[in-house]
Write a protein that binds this ligand. Structure first.
Ligand code: HEC
Length: 221
């Protein structure tokens, strides 16, 4: 491949200095630079971090406003920050011994731990971002799975025992809870069913809209 590129560069070079630069960049061995976070790519507290804490840490008897286990309440920035400052949160989510690790039901997915680490490296600020609302052709894989994994799986997964026996890990489980009306009823928090996420803020208007549109279009995968 790269041999071919060099050949192409060699041919084009005599005609343009600009193309020489482009070719030079492509073959620059400093690959890792491309993997650095893009500037402006800073983590948002309200849309990326808080939902992870609410979903994974605020179950009954854990870090919610009522039980405040260990004195920690992970339902808002003021409650989370002390555990970041003393490094306890990072230490427990990365612990390898099940007895030391949080959440007790099982480790967070590696991508979520990396996101929390990135947020801490950027200063663990309370950055508030608008929720980009993409409701075009809503599908499970592109729109719905991420809403559920960010906000609900801490309680509603197979390993967790704190979701009232409801598992939301797969397409078919989410689909059946949507088609029976319970899921949308619960996220609307308007009565008639248990308000969800339990102990957490209501989902954004956009996320609720996605779920509604997904349901009317027959829950496409
Ligand atoms: C902190 C734990 C927790 C989180 C986070 C959570 N749930 Fe629940 N969920 C529960 C529990 C516990 C129940 C059982 C009913 C109760 O105790 O309120 C439940 C029940 C439900 C029900 C059945 C409601 C009913 O009235 O029959 C649905 C549907 C549901 N959850 C969906 C969700 C969705 C969708 C999310 C994410 C947006 C979510 N839950 C986040 C703990 C949680």
């Amino acid at each position: 491949m790269s041999v071919i590129k060099y050949v192409v560069c060699g041919i084009v070079l005599p005609f343009s200095g600009i193309i020489l630069l482009v070719c030079g960049c492509k073959h620059d061995p400093a690959e890792p630079v491309a993997q650095m976070p893009i500037s402006g790519d800073s983590v948002c507290f309200n849309t990326q971090i808080l939902p992870l804490f609410v979903s994974n840490c605020t179950m009954t008897a854990c870090h919610n406003t009522i039980s405040r286990a260990d004195g920690y309440q992970f339902t808002d920035y003021a409650g989370i920050k002390p555990g970041i400052n003393n490094n306890k949160i990072l230490k427990t989510i990365k612990a390898t011994e099940p007895g030391d690790r949080m959440p007790p039901a099982g480790p967070l997915p590696a991508a979520q731990i990396q996101l929390i680490e990135k947020w801490i490296a950027q200063g663990a600020t309370e950055k508030i971002c608008a929720n980009n609302c993409d409701t075009f052709m809503v599908k499970y894989t592109t729109h719905i799975a991420s809403v559920i994994s960010t906000n609900c799986l801490g309680c509603h997964s197979g390993a967790a025992t704190s979701g009232g026996g409801i598992n939301l890990e797969s397409y078919s489980n989410v689909q059946s809870q949507t088609m029976n009306g319970k899921l949308i009823c619960s996220v609307q928090q308007a009565g008639g069913c248990s308000p969800m996420p339990k102990y957490g803020n209501k989902l954004s208007f956009c996320d609720i809209r996605k779920l509604q549109l997904w349901k009317v279009s027959g829950c496409p995968q």
